[in-house]
Design a protein around this ligand. Structure first.
Ligand SMILES: *[C@@H]1O[C@H](CO)[C@@H](O)[C@H](O)[C@H]1NC(C)=O
Ligand SMILES: *[C@@H]1O[C@H](CO)[C@@H](O)[C@H](O)[C@H]1NC(C)=O
Ligand SMILES: *[C@@H]1O[C@H](CO)[C@@H](O)[C@H](O)[C@H]1NC(C)=O
Ligand SMILES: *[C@@H]1O[C@H](CO)[C@@H](O)[C@H](O)[C@H]1NC(C)=O
Ligand SMILES: *[C@@H]1O[C@H](CO)[C@@H](O)[C@H](O)[C@H]1NC(C)=O
Ligand SMILES: *[C@@H]1O[C@H](CO)[C@@H](O)[C@H](O)[C@H]1NC(C)=O
Ligand SMILES: *[C@@H]1O[C@H](CO)[C@@H](O)[C@H](O)[C@H]1NC(C)=O
Ligand SMILES: *[C@@H]1O[C@H](CO)[C@@H](O)[C@H](O)[C@H]1NC(C)=O
Ligand SMILES: *[C@@H]1O[C@H](CO)[C@@H](O)[C@H](O)[C@H]1NC(C)=O
Ligand SMILES: *[C@@H]1O[C@H](CO)[C@@H](O)[C@H](O)[C@H]1NC(C)=O
Ligand SMILES: *[C@@H]1O[C@H](CO)[C@@H](O)[C@H](O)[C@H]1NC(C)=O
Ligand SMILES: *[C@@H]1O[C@H](CO)[C@@H](O)[C@H](O)[C@H]1NC(C)=O
Length: 419
């Protein structure tokens, strides 16, 4: 885990076992199945919710101090405090065109390691049902992906889009936090490769889970059952936590996630990552130059949206709240996670038109399989493996018309697992 495993070679190596699945059919096939909605996401975007309705969440802001103490390998011959767009884009070009060469020249080397011993300030929100709190229910820990902050999970476009509100409508509490460098959480101003990277974020995630389980800082009580729910990079981290410390989670929901890395170079090019304080000079003025956002509306749409299955207001909301990422985080996507002994239930949820993880067609896996079902090979011991594909939906699921339906699917699956 300390060594940068190859983004473009690690994941395909794991792609061996494929669960057959049946399109538009929720029948079981072995202990796995893929299903999708019968509509294409434009018409019956149901506004259904649980018995307590979509105005049942009471939220509070929580600040956590999360200590991290890791031995990390330094990247080699990189500018950790890059501030030059040409340098940034050149790294992306080299990394995507010949990753093995880039890694040989610049990848982390155990020859030089350092101890990252820092306490990070992490901003989050705990939401609990006003009425009908479910007895002995699991807390949902929600971890967002690149380009968003924790508001991904309480998308303010309308109540129907909020996973937090759907959870509360069934009596569940949620905790969501802003990942390092986003929202109200701490933003390191240096260390764009060595410090702000996947390993650091996974350690923060584990630290948050330990505090949820073993302190009363969130919601005034210890939480002894937790569902880890991720989106995209948040799913990569959730997957890694379920591999390294499976005892910290009781169920796993991976949204915007597969093991297929075919189009990651396509994404890194399309996103046109640019210095955030130049693209959003007012809103992100206080981020140092190591922090990057997609270069334009078109770049954002390419990676995260599937036109025209979202409202313009939804795109505007996502773009006007877009959050930043570092090269270190982007280039360590493949360095965490893998085969897991996790025994709890696992759900995988994707937009059928996910550009990043499905090359815009989640149904197009090898030999007639769908791509998300391939995640099953990481979880040979999972009690339940379920895959769900939402039609007419891109990678940034929450912003699409299908989101109310997707949120329902997740809530009902968690409830059906008895959590
Ligand atoms: C997995 O859980 C889903 C949702 O409850 C259920 O429909 C499915 O039958 C379960 N699969 C297995 C193999 O238990
Ligand atoms: C989506 O479904 C609706 C209603 O079933 C239909 O009218 C529409 O043409 C479909 N759109 C696409 C792009 O398939
Ligand atoms: C449902 O989809 C229609 C377009 O078919 C859209 O006008 C409406 O705003 C959507 N509702 C929600 C809650 O997204
Ligand atoms: C931090 O990590 C170092 C190196 O692994 C270890 O020796 C030390 O005990 C750790 N400190 C704490 C407080 O966990
Ligand atoms: C390794 O990275 C840390 C954190 O950025 C830095 O303090 C240290 O000087 C680096 N070591 C080498 C040998 O580059
Ligand atoms: C990558 O390295 C190999 C071996 O040194 C070399 O043959 C190849 O041309 C390099 N590829 C690129 C795109 O630089
Ligand atoms: C690391 O050290 C070994 C042994 O000294 C050496 O062979 C290797 O080239 C070094 N690797 C790097 C990336 O410096
Ligand atoms: C980590 O930092 C704490 C507080 O600054 C310090 O007490 C401790 O000795 C450090 N541990 C290591 C391994 O550097
Ligand atoms: C929980 O907290 C107690 C008291 O602070 C500590 O002794 C124990 O090691 C912690 N357990 C875990 C699993 O973190
Ligand atoms: C899973 O369990 C096997 C057998 O106990 C063990 O060898 C392996 O290291 C475990 N894998 C992980 C990721 O912990
Ligand atoms: C990965 O995605 C590509 C592009 O969609 C597809 O051709 C390939 O079959 C997929 N491979 C796996 C193992 O999912
Ligand atoms: C797809 O089918 C071919 C021919 O049967 C087989 O060689 C190949 O291994 C299969 N690929 C996967 C990923 O199952």
């Amino acid at each position: 885990m300390l060594i940068l495993q190859s983004l473009l070679t690690l994941l395909p190596l794991l792609s061996v076992v494929y669960a057959a699945s049946i399109r538009l059919d929720a029948r079981q096939n072995g202990n796995s199945s893929s299903s999708s909605s019968n509509n294409n996401g434009t018409s019956s975007n149901s506004t259904a919710a649980g018995p307590y309705g979509l105005s049942n969440a009471r939220c509070e802001n929580v600040k956590l101090s999360v200590p991290v103490n890791l031995t990390l390998a330094n990247f080699t011959n990189v500018d950790n405090n890059y501030s030059n767009q040409s340098y940034i884009t050149r790294q992306v070009i080299d990394f995507t065109e010949a990753q093995a060469n880039w890694t040989a020249a610049h990848g982390p080397s155990m020859n030089t390691t350092f101890n990252l011993n820092r306490t990070f300030s992490i901003n989050g929100y705990y939401c609990t049902p006003i009425r009908g709190a479910k007895n002995d229910s699991a807390l949902w820990n929600l971890v967002h992906g690149i380009g968003f902050d924790s508001s991904y999970w309480d998308y303010t476009l309308s109540k129907e889009y909020s996973v937090v509100r759907h959870a509360a409508s069934y009596g569940y509490s949620t905790f969501r936090y802003d990942r390092l460098g986003t929202g109200g959480s701490e933003t390191p101003s240096t260390g764009g490769f060595d410090v702000v990277r996947a390993q650091t974020e996974v350690a923060i995630y584990q630290g948050v889970l330990q505090q949820l389980r073993n302190s009363t800082k969130v919601g005034g009580k210890k939480h002894n059952k937790i569902v880890g729910i991720g989106h995209s990079y948040g799913s990569i981290q959730t997957q890694a936590v379920s591999m390294m410390t499976p005892q910290l989670l009781d169920a796993v929901v991976l949204t915007g996630y597969t093991t297929n890395s075919t189009n990651l170079p396509g994404y890194l090019h399309a996103a046109s990552y640019s210095i955030a304080n130049k693209i959003f000079p007012d809103r992100l003025a206080n981020k140092s130059d190591i922090w990057l956002v997609t270069g334009s509306n078109a770049s954002d749409i390419n990676g995260f949206f599937y036109p025209p299955y979202y409202s313009e207001a939804s795109f505007d909301l996502a773009r006007s709240t877009e959050q930043a990422v570092t090269l270190g985080s982007l280039f360590t996507v493949g360095a965490v996670g893998g085969m897991s002994n996790f025994t709890g239930p696992v759900q995988v949820v994707n937009g059928a038109k996910d550009f990043i993880f499905c090359s815009s067609n989640c149904w197009g896996g090898p030999n007639g399989t769908d791509i998300p079902s391939g995640v099953k090979m990481l979880y040979p011991n999972a009690k339940n493996f379920t895959s769900y594909i939402a039609e007419n939906t891109g990678h940034g699921i929450t912003a699409h018309y299908s989101q109310p339906m997707v949120a329902e699917e997740i809530a009902q699956w968690i409830a059906a697992q008895g959590l």
